[in-house]
Write a protein that binds this ligand. Sequence first.
Ligand code: SAH
Ligand code: DHB
Ligand code: MG
Length: 224
Amino acid sequence: MTTDPRWGDVERFLTGTLVTEDAVLAGIRERTAAAGLRPIEVSATDGALLSLWCRLIGARRVLEIGTLGGYSATWFARAVGETGRVTTLEVDHRAAVVAQENWREAGVADRVEVLVGPAAVTLRSLVADGGDPYDLVFIDADKQNNPVYLQAALALTRPGSLIVIDNVVRGGRIVEDTDDPDVIGTRRVLEMLGSDPRLQVTAVQTVSSKGWDGFAVAYVLGQG
Ligand code: SAH
Ligand code: DHB
Ligand code: MG
């Protein structure tokens, strides 16, 4: 895995200088790790970027796929404001319980809901329910299902919505010849993004304390 210790040094400097994660967010990170969940939540600078995007588009309804301890969902909950709603999907019941405790501590429990179960199944029922479209969808769960999640995200959004996919570079593995289902799922979702005339897309490579990775972002132009 390619890493450089300066990536973490710079991340800590930028976080301290620009973002200053407050005690609530730091507490979420700590309780997530203490509960034995993997420490793979987004960085504070990434959380701030997700929040900025919400504010830029005036997002009121956010859908997240992959909750973990509720760290990124808390950034979203703060960004959508008191009258906004965040729905987040998680397969691990234990993680969902930790996340709900964290949202209570953060004072945002009233605007965040976790739906427990395999996200592909939950998404099928959300599509069937035909509720109001989401303004922003953040895809950050099992990477092999990324194509399924994008398909659902397209059905659950409207022109002007944003779709963001985390972890699309994975230390450069994305361009390796491999049969890793996570890599195949992510490469496939990038191909889907790049060939869909309803979307304006790009991806950004990132380096941080967690190594070399990146995210893709898609703006929904129209219904095709
Ligand atoms: N978005 C979170 C991190 C999510 S980590 C944050 O930044 O704070 C990925 C999460 O996806 C894990 O909690 C994992 O349990 C969950 N996950 C994995 N496979 C899943 C599936 N099939 N359906 C729903 N959630 C899944
Ligand atoms: C992994 C998953 C993530 O969503 C992430 O942000 C980092 C790592 C993983 O499965 O390794
Ligand atoms: Mg991620």
